[in-house]
Design a protein around this ligand. Structure first.
Ligand code: GLC
Ligand code: CA
Length: 543
């Protein structure tokens, strides 16, 4: 059957955090030439699209999410030639490249901001949001990190606004010149052939023109999918503005003319209604948004059934849901599972077999574990802000502060620095066993790495899994999630056992086993599902 659906609706995404993937020159920081040496392995894993966290020129105070030049490569990561080569080599291997684009803010060392803050008359003054008036703190807006978003600057006796950290001043998208400059940046990269952008805190792009005060809320702690009511404040006027929904459409339209058919995936947060507003009523906004429900899963079949059904209700085709198990801001998912690899297999199988885009964070395919670095010793600016908050308290309250812990170097092999670097890594590799490394897991049939490899390949080669619709089915067992994917005359049936107990299911006649894991076995017309196992069947309908 000819495959007509847009490519980005069918892809799988693998996120690389460049600082921690592969160092090539012994300075302890991952780099582009290092990544180049690992591309064959990424292809062999079956990855279709690679998303890179930022490697543009940056002071690195927020590890690249504070950009000082959008069209050059930070020397710690390599050169523009390395980058061109990287894009070329990824394409040669039939994979796609997505860059991280921080449109909301720049670094305070960006020449635009240096000019902007130099005087009120500077032509770049209005590139940022300066509050003109007497008050240093003109309203009650709280940033996404829980502090006032206003930052007083002595040079001109005015305050500028930042919705994240104070060294990340927000650009002013009400100034047409800012839009034009940022579209120029997108063009620069699209002309180099990149296939899409991940849009950093896109929910923050516009702020209320009248600077109205936000109403209060009852909630203190933010969650990955809701910043909007945290710190006792509803972020009505500094997040998720209607102008931001509109801007999503503008960016989509702007990039659509490129022949590689690039796409946008937005980091936004809030209710499904808000996510949908970013996607557009006619699916004409951001192509995709990250959906973070799997970051706080409840490891029970019912949770995943509800999630599937909810996504089909709220985001039916042509919308494409996304399933995110981790990223560079969240506790590693294997740690959220208490280190249980069997459960990790069930969860990742869910992520790859459901209708939607699986987003995999580097290292999750080997069950890379969290670090235990206390906030006090954290390099992460959020950890520095909270340096006196002990780690046990964060764990007790279920809040995640020191993001260093999910950014530790990749574990390639059993050499001293796990094959990541010949020097001293910027973050410690930490303790690890032989079984934790890629090199070892590749040789073991039942390893997590081989499971991920099977899942990537299963999706890659199955148009039913890529394009088919989805329906949950009733199982007689509360611990089993069963769903069907259908395209034309082919049906793929998935069984996942979230319980400890062994369970038997009856298999329909004519089913062909495509994949099983965790000890699931077919005996006659019965599927024997051991605890935390799963199986995938295909049936070809006659009519
Ligand atoms: C996003 C990024 C995070 C960064 C922040 C500010 O949430 O994922 O790492 O610190 O935006 O750019
Ligand atoms: Ca390096």
């Amino acid at each position: 059957m000819e495959n007509k659906m847009e490519w980005w609706k069918q892809t799988s995404i693998y996120q690389i955090y460049p600082w921690s993937f592969q160092d090539s020159n012994g300075d302890g920081i991952g780099d582009l030439p290092g990544i180049l040496t690992r591309l064959d392995q990424i292809r062999d894993l079956g990855v279709e699209t690679i998303w890179f966290s930022p490697f543009y020129k940056s002071p690195g105070e927020d590890f690249g999410y504070d950009i000082s030049d959008y069209t050059s490569i930070d020397p710690r990561f390599g050169t523009m030639d390395d980058c061109d080569k990287l894009i070329r080599e990824i394409h040669k291997r039939k994979m796609k490249v997505v860059l991280d684009m921080v449109m909301n803010h720049t670094s305070d060392k960006h020449p635009w901001f240096l000019e902007s803050k130099s005087s009120k008359e500077n032509p770049k003054r209005d590139f940022y949001i300066w509050h003109k008036g007497e008050k240093k703190v003109p309203n009650n807006w709280i940033s996404m990190v829980g502090t006032s978003g206003w930052n007083y600057d002595e040079t001109t006796d005015e305050s500028y606004y930042s919705n994240f950290l104070s060294f990340q001043p927000d650009l002013n998208y009400r100034n047409p010149k800012v839009k034009k400059s940022m579209f120029g940046v997108l063009d620069f990269w699209l002309n180099k052939g990149v296939d899409g952008f991940r849009l950093d805190i896109f929910n923050s792009i516009y702020k209320d023109e009248g600077f109205r005060d936000n109403p209060s809320s009852f909630r203190y702690f933010p969650t990955p999918d809701n910043h909007d009511e945290a710190f006792f404040q509803k972020k009505q006027y500094n997040l998720n503005l209607p102008e931001s929904f509109q801007f999503a459409k503008e960016v989509r339209k702007h990039i659509s003319k490129y022949k590689q058919k690039p796409f946008l995936i937005g980091e936004v947060s809030g209710s499904d209604k808000i996510l949908k507003s970013f996607l557009g009523e006619k699916a004409d906004g951001l192509n995709l948004v990250f959906q973070f429900e799997l970051i706080h899963f409840d490891y029970k079949a019912q949770f995943f059934k509800d999630l599937l059904e909810k996504n089909e209700r709220e985001f039916p085709a042509p919308y494409t849901p996304t399933y995110v198990l981790g990223n560079h801001d969240q506790r590693r998912f294997i740690d959220r599972l208490g280190g249980d690899v069997r459960k990790a297999k069930v969860l990742s199988a869910f992520q790859f077999l459901a209708r939607g885009i699986p987003v995999v964070y580097y290292g999750d395919e080997i069950g890379r574990k969290e670090g235990r670095i206390p906030n006090f010793f954290g390099k992460d600016p959020i950890a520095k802000m909270n340096r006196f908050v002990p780690l046990f308290l964060c764990n007790l309250l279920g809040i995640y502060i020191n993001r260093d812990n999910c950014r530790l170097p990749m574990l390639w092999d059993t050499t001293e620095q796990a094959g990541f670097s010949k020097g001293k890594p910027w973050l410690p590799v930490g303790q690890f066993q032989t079984e934790d490394t890629v090199v070892y897991q590749k040789t073991k049939n039942d390893s997590l790495w081989n499971h991920y490899r099977s899942l990537f390949h299963l999706r890659k080669t199955s148009s039913v899994l890529k394009e088919g619709n989805i329906k949950t089915k009733l199982s007689h067992h509360a611990d089993v999630l069963c769903f069907e994917r259908t395209l034309g005359k082919i049906v793929v049936i998935v069984y996942l056992n979230f319980g400890e107990k062994e369970i038997k299911e009856t298999v329909s006649k004519g089913s062909k086993l495509l994949y099983s894991f965790g000890g699931a076995e077919v005996l006659g017309d019965k599927l024997q599902l051991t605890g935390h196992s799963g199986a995938v069947f295909e049936i070809r309908l006659k009519k």
